[in-house]
Design a protein around this ligand. Structure first.
Ligand code: M6R
Length: 606
């Protein structure tokens, strides 16, 4: 997704902007650009494709200027090409933008009527012309204030001005924006990750705020233009050196890191000496919570679905799950005793943030399960449960998924105990079982060879299905999502018991179908559903757990066995072969595994 960098310094900025843009590459993008000010002029260079293309451009290599802005663009309005790439500039002003200006068509009409000529198909260009128009009669600050008032939709902006060589403006509504502080220079970034190589001192803009960034000073203003003070936060250094190591892709590394993710989560929340779960500073009384609503997008939504099964099993709470983009526009009966839980790796997903904002505005109890604790969702939730899985770069979420479901499982266990919905003995047994989970995942990760061979069949198929019941159903959805986003193969996740109600019509000779049938309370039912698809010609890959009992079914194409564990923990283990299946499928096709086409790591537009 789009990313912004801005630097105001006393030394040349172009090469630092380029290297910082590379830090934003993990977000997924299709073009890049940079603008600096030198000799009283705005210099702008843009290119389609990777930041490398931009860097190779001679104009960039010789670019002067001690103030500048850079951008990676993920197309929303207008095709991905160098004209639509940001920055967009007039003679007076240059702008980079994340987000969507919803009223751009009306604003463009108005500006064209005033004689403005547009070069691109983007919504962003209206911002450039609005500021330029206002600059005819106003100073810089008033032009910005007037422009921001006219914009509908979401934005994070970085702006430089021909006539103001020592001043850069940042503004935020809906899309995140951070400010960094360095010696003799200050920065603007769409996330703190991009700024981490330059500084660990960060402030975040809240919705409606804007800032003036000078080399030696930053001023912040609220929506009404009133000067405000901001806290400077010190970021931890743990993520600063994250690289691929000896792995071919970040995704491969992140899959293998999962035992560590689980160990970190367990160490963080489980108190071995007191045989308890520590959830410090929980702001509500448990008796004030009678229901739970879990909200997320994509993989995070699948974590929510997974959690529903555990919360229903371990507590007597009412549990509902929602996709954030659906939740945010529906009519809700907000209930005082509902705890709203927002799940997000990045903590910046626009729809999830909007759902959180809606709940806050309605006075609800809000809690988030996030990886990035400095993120907007974490900062704006009343209570945060961090997942502690470290930086995740691969667009396809892997270790964050296991991290999310671990923390949600631990939370369900704790609430079950506090509410007296489960016996202390059951609690202790489950806590004890949990300790062996990292090792079980580690062993399950060794199933590589077989999966590599199997992945060919999925690549060659027109489509595939992933089936599971109960605890395995959300994992089937997640497996299908991983395969489609990485190897661009059509994949459907379905509850196995639902096949007869329509999807069975899709099954034809040789169609690959993954059946998740661990030896849990759903096992026999799932095996019956598996036989129904085999009878119709499906090529079934059965994923189950090790057992002394043979699987009672004929004509299974391939079987993969994960380690055995108590029923609650099997979903963690079933996830591993599905992640690997998607990885190897994409690897064989030579696709860009860490940055699949059309996708972004942090989805900051709705
Ligand atoms: O950062 P978030 O967890 O809020 O992101 C939500 C989804 O965009 C994300 O999980 C997406 O579905 C992944 N690409 C899946 O691998």
């Amino acid at each position: 997704m789009c990313g912004i960098i801005g630097i105001n310094s006393n030394k040349p900025v172009s090469s630092t902007i380029i290297s910082s843009l590379k830090k934003l590459e993990y977000r997924g993008y299709d073009s890049a650009g940079i603008a600096t000010l030198s000799n009283g002029l705005i210099n702008e260079v843009k290119s389609e494709g990777r930041v490398d293309n931009l860097e190779k451009n001679n104009l960039v290599q010789n670019m002067e200027g001690t103030i500048g802005i850079g951008h990676v663009r993920w197309a929303t309005h207008g095709i991905p090409n160098s004209i639509n790439a940001h920055p967009h500039s007039s003679q007076n002003v240059s702008v980079v933008h994340n987000g969507i200006i919803e009223n751009s068509t009306i604003l463009k009409k108005f500006l064209v009527g005033k004689g403005h000529k547009f070069k691109s198909q983007t919504d962003t260009e209206v911002i450039v012309h609005l500021i330029t128009e206002h600059l005819k009669s106003e100073n810089v600050i008033n032009s910005i204030k007037k422009t921001l008032k006219l914009l509908h939709g979401s934005f994070a902006l970085g702006i430089i001005f021909k006539e103001q060589p020592d001043l850069m403006i940042g503004a935020r509504r809906g899309s995140p924006l951070a400010v960094g502080y360095g010696p003799g220079e200050n920065y603007l970034g769409s996330d703190s990750y991009a700024l981490k190589s330059m500084t660990n001192k960060i402030s975040y803009l809240n919705d409606g705020e804007f800032c003036i960034i000078k080399k030696d000073q930053v001023e912040f203003y609220d929506e009404d233009g009133k000067k405000i003070n901001k806290k400077v936060l010190e970021l931890t250094s743990e993520d600063q050196k994250y690289d691929k190591g000896d792995y071919k892709h970040f995704m491969a590394k992140e899959i293998e890191e999962q035992p560590l993710t689980l160990k970190n989560g367990i160490n963080e929340y489980i108190d071995n000496s007191n045989k308890n779960i520590n959830i410090y500073n929980f702001p509500w009384k448990v008796e004030d919570i009678t229901s739970i609503k879990l909200i997320g997008c994509g993989t995070a939504y699948h974590s929510c679905l997974m959690a529903k099964y555990w919360f229903e099993q371990l507590t007597s709470l009412d549990v509902n799950v929602d996709i954030a983009s659906e939740f945010r526009y529906r009519n809700h009966r907000f209930k005082e005793k509902t705890l709203y839980i927002f799940v997000s790796q990045s903590g910046e997903t626009a729809d999830t943030y909007a759902a959180l904002d809606l709940c806050k505005k309605n006075g609800m109890k809000t809690c988030s399960v996030v990886n990035i604790i400095e993120s907007s969702i974490a900062r704006d939730s009343e209570f945060v449960l961090p997942i502690h899985c470290g930086t995740e770069i691969g667009v396809a979420s892997t270790k964050a998924f296991l991290g999310q479901i671990l923390i949600l499982y631990i939370f369900a266990l704790k609430l079950g105990l506090l509410r007296k919905d489960i016996e202390n003995e059951v609690f202790l047994q489950k806590l004890n079982d949990l300790k062996s989970l990292p090792e079980l995942v580690e062993k399950t990760l060794k199933i590589d060879n077989k999966i590599q061979a199997i992945s060919n069949t999925f690549n060659e198929a027109k489509g595939s299905m992933f089936l599971g019941r109960g605890f395995s159903y959300p994992i089937a959805l997640e497996g299908a999502l991983k395969l489609k986003e990485l190897s661009y193969v059509h994949a459907e996740g379905y509850p196995a018991g639902e096949m007869k109600h329509g999807p069975l019509a899709l099954i034809e000779e040789g169609m690959p179908v993954v059946v998740l049938a661990p030896r849990d309370s759903y096992y026999k039912k799932t095996i019956s559903n598996m036989q129904e698809v085999i009878a119709r010609g499906a090529k079934v890959l059965l994923i189950t757990n090790k057992s002394k009992d043979e699987v009672l079914s004929e004509n299974i194409w391939e079987t993969i066995e994960v380690e055995s564990a108590n029923e609650d923990l099997l979903p963690f283990l079933l996830t591993i072969p599905l992640q690997k299946l998607a990885y190897y499928s994409a690897l064989k096709k030579g696709y860009d595994i860490d940055k699949p086409r059309n996708l972004a790591k942090s989805v900051t537009v709705e």
